[in-house]
Design a protein around this ligand. Structure first.
Ligand SMILES: Cc1ncc(COP(=O)(O)O)c(C=O)c1O
Length: 348
């Protein structure tokens, strides 16, 4: 059995039940572009989760979902407030700026999170034509640092947005992990906390590909079918994303897979804490562990069990567990980390 990677939860493959659903959808002809029963069923699953009065659009990628969700809320002269760690700011190659033609206003984050108290400092020049007009706050749940906003924290943003005539966007590429960790339906901590539009991730939690843009203010979705096509996110063979989402929700597969990867991250963090010289740098709320290894160790470990350096200045690395990471994978990794940290082997 080959070693597992810890680089990302997209290093894993496709869950067998998802693959099975793709194969079952692979019979006969149906209409393209979402005009098929697989898509109607998958939309129904989202309505069961969030309520009937939503609009949902399936797309290929998380970047695409974020850009489209934001596009629905913005004119190009309006701006998005986000954390300085936000995927939209750090990891989307400027796709939001290029496609929205809008300014992102990053705020300094702590453990990947921003707080509502920071917003007022950038809500300046409203109504003045020389300033980009803040219109959206974007949060990521779970965050890029593997931490969680508590529902009350999201609600504080939701209330603030209502008061200040802003929209609240949520990047939920790892919403399953957040839901599993909070033990709460996203209806509660997303919709009922005041989020207007979210990206709902599938790819990082066992799907082959597929994300959804979910609107809790359906009027925001007025032009989305055109925006999705123009934004190159409309899949002609849509049934193969839709069938995946139906399998994802069946018997709580999405939550069970997320619980599994979250639990393994806890196990990984606990084992790492027992190794002298290893420092865990962030709270471990979901399926990511951030750590600093003694000089020279992480380079060797990353050769054997690929993972990324997150903060080069600190030599902080990110280790992610996937739906298919097993206890044994963690144990093999920990054994090797111990060896290297004990200096049992010369590090090249
Ligand atoms: C927080 C977050 N948002 C969005 C994405 C979506 O990315 P992609 O466009 O690669 O599907 C990712 C993927 O790494 C992510 O970590």
């Amino acid at each position: 059995m080959s070693k597992k990677f810890f680089a990302s939860d997209n290093c894993s493959g496709i869950h067998p039940q998802i693959m099975q659903a793709i194969m079952e959808a692979n019979t006969g002809h149906v209409k393209g572009y979402g005009y098929d029963n697989y898509t109607i069923s998958a939309e129904q699953e989202f309505k069961r989760l969030f309520g009937n009065d939503i609009e949902v659009f399936f797309v290929y990628s998380g970047t695409g979902a974020n850009v489209l969700g934001l596009q629905a809320c913005l004119h190009p002269f309006e701006a998005v407030i986000c954390s300085d760690m936000a995927h939209i700011h750090t990891d989307e190659t400027g796709a939001p700026e290029r496609n929205l033609m809008s300014k992102l206003i990053p705020l300094k984050s702590v453990n990947g999170k921003i707080s509502v108290d920071q917003i007022s400092e950038v809500l300046v020049g409203r109504g003045v034509e020389h300033h980009a007009q803040p219109k959206v706050i974007s949060l990521t749940q779970s965050t890029e640092y593997g931490t969680l906003y508590q529902p009350s924290e999201i609600k504080a943003f939701g209330d603030f947005c209502k008061k200040e005539d802003l929209y609240l966007h949520l990047d939920g590429a790892r919403i399953s992990n957040a839901s599993a960790a909070l033990g709460m339906s996203p209806r509660e901590f997303v919709r009922e906390s005041g989020v207007d539009v979210m990206s709902f991730g599938g790819t990082k939690n066992g799907m082959m590909m597929g994300e959804a843009v979910v609107f809790f203010k359906p009027e925001l979705a007025k032009y989305m079918k055109f925006q999705r096509k123009q934004g190159m996110q409309l899949f002609s063979k849509m049934r193969f994303i839709s069938a995946q989402f139906s399998a994802f929700f069946k018997d709580d597969l999405w939550l069970n897979l997320a619980k599994h990867s979250n639990n393994l991250a806890q196990h990984l963090a606990k084992s790492l804490r027992e190794i002298e010289g290893v420092q865990i740098t962030q709270p471990v709320d979901v399926n990511a562990v951030f750590a600093i290894f003694p000089q020279g160790v992480s380079e060797q470990l990353a050769e054997e069990f690929p993972f990324y350096v997150w903060n080069e200045a600190l030599n902080e690395v990110r280790l992610m567990c996937s739906w298919d990471t097993e206890i044994n994978d963690i144990e093999v990794f920990i054994e090797r980390a111990k060896q290297l940290c004990d200096g049992v082997e010369t590090v090249n």
